[in-house]
Design a protein around this ligand. Structure first.
Ligand SMILES: Cc1cc2nc3c(=O)[nH]c(=O)nc-3n(C[C@H](O)[C@H](O)[C@H](O)COP(=O)(O)OP(=O)(O)OC[C@H]3O[C@@H](n4cnc5c(N)ncnc54)[C@H](O)[C@@H]3O)c2cc1C
Length: 430
């Protein structure tokens, strides 16, 4: 990898997401050599991926070059590398561009979509965990309407205009709301020769309520907002399979659709060598102690989505969200310095700053510790918080201008098929 040893201990961080970047900031200008490895050369602001999928934002405005984040940190080295394997006995990391020894290793690899072992469902449904997947979804949504114009078969046309979103968490809710707004404001203008009133958006949730991590009031209000926008919300409905044409459920409900978006679960992004069952919990997360040290392996830490820290308050670990990831990164940064100075470490204490989701124009739900509110004020708060946490001044300006423009014009101009997604439409001919 062409990285020389210095007199300082070497800390290798795998992953430049929320957790990795927050840790990196704490280690800047300290007496350590830090090597950050990521398979992408950019940081992704995942909470706004759904806006890329629905043409509200260009992908560049929610991505930020990792090298630029690190450019003022002289003790940092970045390599664009996918880590394939970790040998904890030799303290060696094997990547697609070579191998590297570490003194301390931090796993900040985040998570990936969990299809719970259903291979057919995984093959045919769309995930939304990365910019590339969001662009695929954007293309597919638009291609479906182009295709719908070409067919005389009403069933095929309806299937092309039906969207099934599985998972009633913030991602599913936000995507469903955005699609409903497209149906109302954009499709009739873009496709005047297509009866786009027939387009359907279904949000399918296996449990009794959507946004189950939030308050009951937030769930109720989000459902009311969605139904007001014309989204059909299916609760207590579990999708069992999808063959690219029909989505079956545990009840009698069957959806005929060309697009099924799977937002119903994630699992830790484990790497070979760190995937042994004694190191992990169900959901592929690494068991860590209160200092984020991986239990049973020396000098290896894990932070963010990949880490599972069981506490009385969080018996299945902290929520897989940006706030715990950033807070764990910052706490570990301080602790690594303390460790090198032989000082006692500080246990991680999660400060829950609340949660929120938007359903669409002027509609959001916000749960703070002592104050829960919904509607237009919540929507302003949602926008402010997302702009605040976006990395990069340019990105904030671009996103803000886009939002103002979209708000005034009722538009989403990034509805472009730049890289076509090749869905096999022939199956609808059966
Ligand atoms: C669509 C969507 C919407 C979301 N909305 C919200 C929200 O509204 N609020 C909220 O708090 N959270 C939200 N989340 C969750 C939040 O984004 C994650 O909890 C957060 O990104 C976790 O941070 P992390 O640093 O652990 O992982 P990530 O941010 O996922 O970063 C992991 C990094 O590791 C890299 N990596 C992984 N494996 C390897 C490898 N083998 N080699 C090299 N590099 C590797 C990846 O490229 C990536 O850059 C959302 C997530 C998604 C997908």
């Amino acid at each position: 990898m062409n990285i020389s040893r210095t007199s300082f201990p070497r800390i290798v961080i795998i992953g430049g997401g929320f957790a990795g970047v927050s840790l990196a900031r704490k280690l800047s200008n300290k007496d350590v050599q830090v090597v950050l490895l990521d398979k992408h050369n950019y940081h992704t602001f995942q909470p706004l991926l759904y806006q890329v999928s629905t043409g509200g934002l260009e992908p560049d405005s929610i991505a930020y070059p990792i090298r630029k984040i690190l450019q003022n940190y002289p003790n940092f080295i970045f390599r664009l590398a996918e880590v394939k394997e970790i040998d904890t006995t030799e303290k060696n990391i094997i990547t697609n561009i070579g191998s590297l020894k570490y003194d301390y290793l931090v796993m900040a690899t985040g998570s990936e979509t969990n299809f719970y072992g259903n291979v057919e469902l995984e093959k045919h449904s769309m995930a939304m965990k990365s910019i590339i997947q969001s662009l695929n979804l954007r293309s597919l949504i638009l291609e479906n309407f182009e295709q719908a114009l070409l067919t005389d078969d009403i069933h095929e046309r309806d299937a092309l205009m039906n969207f099934v979103i599985v998972g009633g968490g913030p991602t599913g809710v936000e995507l469903a709301g955005a699609l409903a707004e497209i149906k109302k404001g954009i499709l009739p203008k873009d496709y005047p020769d297509l009866d786009t009133r027939r387009a359907q958006i279904h949000l399918v949730q296996s449990g009794p309520r959507i946004l189950k991590e939030m308050s009951e009031k937030a769930s109720e209000k989000a459902e009311e907002f969605l139904e007001g926008l014309g989204v059909q919300v299916w609760k207590e409905t579990r999708i069992t399979n999808y063959d690219g044409k029909l989505a079956t459920t545990m009840t009698n409900v069957v959806f005929e659709t060309a697009t099924l978006v799977w937002a119903a679960g994630v699992k830790g992004a484990l790497i070979k060598g760190m995937d042994a069952s004694e190191l992990t919990v169900p959901g592929n997360r690494l068991k860590v102690n209160q200092f984020n040290q991986v239990e049973g392996v020396e000098d290896v830490f894990a932070i963010g989505d990949i880490a599972c820290m069981v506490t009385p308050e969080f018996p299945i670990g902290h929520p897989m969200m940006a706030q715990p990831a950033m807070q764990q990164g910052a706490n570990l940064g301080n602790n690594l310095i303390k460790l090198l100075e032989n000082q006692p470490l500080t246990p991680f204490q999660y400060k829950d700053k609340g949660s929120m989701a938007t359903v669409g124009r002027n509609k959001a739900v916000v749960d703070l510790k002592n104050y829960k509110f919904q509607g237009i004020f919540a929507w302003y708060v949602w926008m402010f918080v997302h702009l605040f946490f976006l990395i990069g001044f340019r990105n904030r300006i671009v996103v803000f201008v886009n939002w103002v423009y979209n708000y005034i014009r009722f538009d989403r101009e990034a509805r472009l098929i730049i890289r076509p997604y090749n869905k096999d439409y022939t199956r609808f001919k059966d």
